[in-house]
Design a protein around this ligand. Structure first.
Ligand code: ZN
Length: 373
């Protein structure tokens, strides 16, 4: 039963135009309306109060470790349908995004942009090899001046927006026109994997969905959103449903039907569920419906990460023309630098700069001597 609200899972087979139309017709608007929808969710929970269609992973006896009442903790939950047709990844990121928004002094609009990009890249990083990274760059010409997020399969992420204080425009206009770029890399690979597609103007998760279909030929439904009340993130997260090779048509059809039913209840059903306190395991049960069974693969708590350090700052200072640095020291000015990824401020007095430079040069000398041997 495919209605015009159904998200086709066979994105690969559709033309870009049809695909864009289909995703747009399903996906709730990226920008949530200002109204605060806390209590609309009960009606959607009719069949999901008991999770009978999801099984724990082999070796465990209960689903209780994966429950997260009221989405109190941030969580990445991955499941597989029992027949191996589809992989579901669900994410809630509210606490992390609130912290990051404070650390980076982000405006609500910049917070929404970064949170949605984080949601997409982190769900797509889930299941990758250890040490592999997934970098998503939205290169738009709008006043937001681009978004960059880097996620790993262990749930760690870092990222920034070009303009942390962007406000006063719709998010799609803040992003503007440009490209969606993906870089995947692993220390063992000879070179990184690069992919690119255009910004279609439908919202971040729609653009990422188009990228996946066009550049990687992956058959996915991807959705991410952030809901805010003033400066407070009340809900942030998304879901990714990926059709695996040789997936059963019956399972795909059943999930499509469930998504259409959920969207019929409310176009904003996912964010309403998250904000209303419905945890991801229950949301997964709603997506699977009564016909499809699933099993949990893993549940991890996402976290921000950053490799910035004083040493790295000094190393980047050594790339500035030496005369400019000496000028700063002579004028007795402090060097201040802020890490774009985590918002950490570094302050170096002229004496600190002198000392760190001497240290750096001494280390370089030793290194050159060792290489000369
Ligand atoms: Zn940092």
């Amino acid at each position: 039963m495919i209605t015009n609200r159904t998200v086709p899972l066979l994105l690969l087979l559709l033309t870009t135009l049809i695909m864009l139309h289909s995703i747009t017709s399903f996906t709730p608007r990226l920008l949530p309306s200002p109204r605060f929808t806390l209590k609309t969710k009960r009606s959607l929970l009719r069949s999901s109060s008991s999770i009978t269609n999801i099984h724990p992973p082999t070796g465990t006896h209960s689903l209780s470790p994966y429950l997260n009442p009221n989405n109190k903790n941030d969580q990445i939950l991955t499941l597989l349908t029992s027949d191996g047709s589809l992989k579901l990844t669900l994410l809630t990121l509210r606490n992390l995004l609130n912290d990051l928004s404070l650390d980076q002094n982000l405006s609500p609009l910049s917070t929404r942009a970064l949170g949605t990009a984080f949601t997409c890249s982190t769900m797509l990083a889930s299941g990758m090899d250890t040490n592999q990274i997934f970098q998503l760059t939205i290169n738009g010409d709008g006043p937001l001046r681009g978004i960059c997020t880097v996620s790993s399969s262990d749930g760690t992420m870092k990222g920034y927006v070009g303009n942390p204080t962007c406000e006063g425009v719709e998010l799609i206009n803040a992003i503007g026109k440009g490209t969606v770029q993906v870089v995947k890399n692993h220390p063992d690979w000879p070179r990184p994997y690069n992919g690119i597609s255009g910004i279609g103007g439908g919202g971040i998760s729609i653009d990422v969905g188009v990228y996946l279909a066009q550049s990687e030929q992956r058959e996915c439904v991807i959705f991410g959103e952030v809901e805010m009340k003033g400066f407070l993130v009340t809900g942030s997260g998304g879901y990714l449903i990926e059709r695996l090779p040789e997936a059963s048509e019956a399972t795909s059809d059943a999930i499509e039907k469930n998504l259409a039913e959920l969207a019929k209840g409310s176009q904003n059903w996912f964010m309403d569920s998250l904000v209303g306190g419905t945890d991801l395991l229950t949301v997964a049960s709603m997506i699977l419906g009564e016909e499809v069974e699933g099993k949990v693969l893993e549940s991890i708590e996402p976290a921000t990460t950053c490799e910035c350090s004083l040493e790295r700052l000094v190393r980047s200072l050594t790339l500035i023309p030496r005369d400019d640095v000496m000028d700063i020291i002579q004028k007795e000015e402090n060097v201040e630098a802020k890490c774009e990824f985590c918002g950490k401020m570094y302050r170096l007095s002229p004496d600190d700069v002198k000392r760190e430079f001497e240290k750096f040069e001494k280390m370089n000398e030793i290194k050159m001597k060792e290489e000369g041997k």
